[in-house]
Ligand binder design. Sequence first.
Ligand code: ADP
Length: 322
Amino acid sequence: MSRVVCLGEALIDFVSDVSGVDLMDAPGFRKAPGGAPANVAVGVAKLGTSAAFLGKVGDDPFGRFLARSFGEAGVDTSHMLFDTKARTGLAFVSLAPDGERDFCFFRNPSADMLLTPEELPVDLLRGCKVFHYGSITLIQDPSRAATLRAIEVAKEAGAIISYDPNLRLPLWPSADAAREGMLSGLPYADFVKVSEEELEFLFGSDDVPDGIGKLHDMGIALIAVTAGANGCTLSDGERQVSHTGFRVNAKDTTGAGDGFVAAVLRHLVEADRGTPLKALPKDEIEALARYANAVGAITTTQKGAIPALPTAEAVQDFLNTH
Ligand code: ADP
C-alpha cells in the first residue's frame, strides 16, 4: 500500500524546442510528462518512499505515455483511469523573451477534468499516510467533487492532508474565481506549500509573515512559502524558519516546487508524523527546510521535471558538498 497518494491532473507539456520565443514563434515542441500532483508522486517515489498517482488520462498514446513514465519512475499507477471519450490534456509551453512561461492549454474537456467521486479507490485513500492534491482539479466538477470526496475519505482515515494551490490563471473563468477556488481548498489541509507569488495573489499582500498567520488561522499546521532561488520559509505555528536556498546553475525551474513538496511529504512519512500534525522540534524543521530546498534546487539543474527530480542518494551527495 502506498504511503503517499497524490490526486490530480496528469498532462503532457509540449515544451518549445527553443527558448526566448513566445508560442506564436516556437518552431517545434518536445513532449514531457507534466501535471503538478503527478510530479509530486514521482518526486516522492524517487526519494524512496512509496507513492501512488490517482487521476484520469485519455485512452490514447499520450495517456499511456504518462502512465509509463510515472511507472518507470517508481510510482504505483495501478489506479490511474483511462477515459475512452476525452483526450489527455495538453499544455504547450515556451519560455518567452521576458523570461516568463507562455502557456496554451488544450482541455475542452480533458480526461483529468472528468474524474468522478464514484471512481475513487476508497481502500487506497484509507490506507495512505499522506494525501496530496492541488488546485487544478478544484476548478470544475466532476473533478472538484472527486477531489473533495478523496480529501474527506483520507482525512477520516487519519491521513495527513497536503495541498499545493498552483496559480494557473488561464484555466479559471476569472482572477476572482481563481482566488476563491484556490482558497476553497485550504481549510482541509494540514500542510500547504505556496510560492510568495501565490501567497500575494491569495491575500492581496506581499507580507509573508502576515500571510503565514492567515494560513495558520485557517487551521493549517505546517506551511512552506517558497521563494525560488531565495529558498523558503517553513512555519509550524511555533516557529518560522527560513533557509536561503542553494546556488546552482538553474537550467529549467519546471517541477522545483513539486520536488520541494515531495521532500516535505517524504519527511512526514519517514519521520512517522501523524494527525493532528504537531509542531516540529527546532533542529528537525531547520533540517527539513534545508533538505526541501536541496531537492528544489537539484530539480532546476536539468531540463524537465521528472528526469531532474533527485533520488535520496543524489540529495545526500548534494547536501554533503553544499
Ligand atoms: P514553484 O516552482 O512552485 O513556483 P519556487 O519557484 O519557489 O516554486 O521553487 C521551489 C523551490 O525550489 C525553492 O524554494 C527552492 O528551494 C528551489 N528553487 C527554485 N528555483 C531555484 C533556483 N533558481 N536556484 C536554486 N533553487 C531553486
